[in-house]
Design a protein around this ligand. Sequence first.
Ligand SMILES: [Zn+2]
Length: 332
Amino acid sequence: MGGEVRGNLRRRAVGRFRGRRALGVVALTFAALAGACRGRVDPYGTPHPEPPDLLRHSAWATSPPLGVAADAARRNKAAGDSLHFHDLTVTVLSTRVDSSGRTPVDRARLRLTRGGTSEERDVREGEAFNWRDHHVAIVAIYGPGELGAGLVAMEVATLASLPPEVAQSDSAGGASMRLRIPHRITHVTLHHTGDARPLTRAEDPTQRLRNLQAWGARDRNWWDLPYHILLDLDGRYLEGRDWRYQGETNTTYDPGGHFLISMIGNYEVQEPSPEQLARIADLMAWALRTFKLPASVIGGHYMYAETGCPGKHLRKYLEDGTLQRMVAARLP
Ligand SMILES: [Zn+2]
């Protein structure tokens, strides 16, 4: 996930959204709960098939997925980079830490462009505003020492697609305010969770998922796990985020279109078993059949961003074509 170092950086970020999360939670509770119902929001009118033997989200999680569906985009952008959404462009010109007040505030300078109109704007972390029929939320600005330092996490949406509570908010808010972004699957991409410690048989892998979900909501402002399906040491499939919505990243690639498979643990350190590799290949073959994709769309996170993910002990099976051959052998 590119979150390999997140444990070391947790301290500073803890609580960054705590105060803001209260805002809008009450108003959004109904919408969030309704949105969490399986199958209610079906952006393309397509069925929602699942791989065999899937351990459902509700079977391991103590918190339901949050967020509301919208016509939106979310990206992490560094100074000089732009987010494009329909005919709107948001460019990050610079970021800085404003230390003039009692507590330092991460700030960024943006340029917004739509049609022939352009405007520069100074924003602070956590604010939201409307501009030319769009809602822009500055979800986070990662300062020095934080995971993703120098990146601005932005969410933009059409005002028309948002519930009033979000459209009218001048705060980006926490995980309950985040947007579920529908996407069409075009890639099947392998990750590992990159935890500080490898996963061992001594522990319950579902506890890692609950920890990741809680950390993601608190420190990364994610409405659910960043990945769609996760695998434990037995190669069991554990349901993450509803795959009809794009996943999350701490890096700068666009996760839209990617079906995100993630191995729980740290595969820079631990080795996958033959059984786990077979289960990855089974799942990738299922995804190619389900989404009607060619084998060429199989990849790893490292192919799309500056990261070692999914770890050298998994990466080697993508780099030498082993996994691709295993998947091909499972296709008709
Ligand atoms: Zn990754």
